[in-house]
Design a protein around this ligand. Sequence first.
Ligand SMILES: NC(=O)c1ccc[n+]([C@@H]2O[C@H](COP(=O)([O-])OP(=O)(O)OC[C@H]3O[C@@H](n4cnc5c(N)ncnc54)[C@H](O)[C@@H]3O)[C@@H](O)[C@H]2O)c1
Length: 436
Amino acid sequence: MNQTINGGGASSLQFPAQLRICVVGMGYVGLPLALAFQQHYPVVGFDINAQRIEELRAGIDLTREATSAELQSANNLLFSAAAEDIAQCNVYIVTVPTPIDLSHQPDLGAIISATELIAGYLQAGDTVIYESTVYPGVTQELCQPLLEQSGHKAGKDFALGYSPERINPADKDRKLKNIMKITSGLTHECAEFVDALYSKIIVAGTFKAASIRTAEMAKVVENAQRDVNIALMNELAIICDHMDLRTYEVLEAAGTKWNFLPFKPGLVGGHCIGVDPYYLIHKSQRVGHHPDLIISGRRINNSMGTYIARKVTRMMTQRDIEVTKANVLILGITFKENCPDLRNSKVVDIHRYLVSMVGTIDVYDPLVRSADSEHELGVSLAGEPPQNHYDCVIMAVPHDEFLQRGADWVRSLCRQPCLVYDIKSALVPALVDKTL
Ligand SMILES: NC(=O)c1ccc[n+]([C@@H]2O[C@H](COP(=O)([O-])OP(=O)(O)OC[C@H]3O[C@@H](n4cnc5c(N)ncnc54)[C@H](O)[C@@H]3O)[C@@H](O)[C@H]2O)c1
C-alpha cells in the first residue's frame, strides 16, 4: 500500500509511501490484528505488560488466539514493551482494554494513556485508529483533543478513524479475517484510508459507517442487543422454574417457529456483553435518556449467578442431600467455554454464595492456571476431580473437554444421591434422562 490509497479529491493529508503499523495493546484483539497486518506491512506489537511481550516473543500466547508456529513465523512483527520502538510507526491502532469501574462507569484510563503515548510520537501524515469498544463520542471528544496536543490537527495533518472489533475468542470458525469489519473516519479522506487499510486483511469485506460516532454506537448496540435478549431468556427461565417447567424443553418447542430467536439463558460475564451495555447506559444518561430496558437487562443478567446458587441448594435439599455437609464441584470458571479469559466471570457469584453454605467446594477448570484464577477472581482451583466423591456437580462452563468426557464422566464423579446441575443444558438430555 502507498499513498494511492488516498481518498481522492482535494487531499490535504499526505499519507506515507511505506506504512509501518503499531498495534497498541497485545491482547485478544490486538494480537490477531498484528499477526494479520504483518503479512503486508512491518508491525510493532506494543504492550505495557512486559511479561506478555516476553511470552509472545517466546511463542507463548496465553489467550490461545495464536499458535506458537504463528508467533514464531511472524517475521515482520516486533513485539515490544519499549515506547521508543513505536517512534518509527506511522499508523497506530489502539486495542487497549475499556473496562468498567466498581460503580459500572466506563474506565477510560488505558485509552487515555495509550493516546497520550501516541500523541508524543505523532507526525504529520500519520493515522490513528481506535478499535477498543467505547461509547459514541470517545474518539472525537476525548481522544482527538489529546492527540492534537501534539500540535497536529486531525483530518488535516493526521487521519483519525474508528473500527470496532468483532472477534469472538475461542471461536474457530469466525476469525478476524472472515468477520465483516466496520470502518469509519473523521473525514471522507480518513474513512477511505481506514477502509482501504482493513480491506487488505479482511476477506469478509468492510462496511464504511457514516461517521466515527455511528461506528462507535454500532459496536455497543450489537452487544447491548445480545445482553437484553439473554436477559429475556433468563427471566423466562425463572418463570419456568416457578411453574416447574424445563426451560430448554420450552425453548426447543418455541424454536420450531421460523422467527423465534435462538437465545439461551445463562451467565453473562466477560468484558464485552457484560460491560459494553454500561458504556451505552452511561452515554444515554449523559444525553438525558434513562435506558430502562438495557438497565433492567443488566440487572437480571447480573443476578443469575446467585439465583442459580440458591436454586442448587434448594434442589439439593429436595433430593435429601445435606447441604452443609455436601461436597460440591463446579466445572469451569472462565467467563465462557473454551476460552481461558477469566474477566468478570459470573461463575464466581455461584462460588461466593455456595462457599459459606456447603461442606466443601472444588472448582475444576483445565484451561486455567490456579494462580491466575486466584489473582483475577480470588478462587483457587482443584486438580483432576476424584470419582464417587461429590453430592452436587455444577456444569458451569461447558468446555469441549468436559463435553468430550461426557455425561458418564460427570456421573462418575458423583456419589448417591447426587444433583447434577447443567447451567447451559450442554449435556442435556444425556444428564436429565438418567440423573435429574
Ligand atoms: N476480547 C474480545 O472478545 C473483544 C471483542 C471485541 C472488542 N473488544 C474490545 O477490544 C478492546 C481490547 O480488548 P481485549 O480483550 O483485547 O483486552 P486484553 O485485556 O486482552 O488486552 C489488552 C492489552 O492491552 C494492554 N494495555 C493496557 N493498557 C495499555 C496501554 N496504555 N498501552 C499499551 N498496552 C496497554 C494490556 O496489557 C493487554 O495486554 C476492549 O475495548 C474490548 O472491549 C474485545
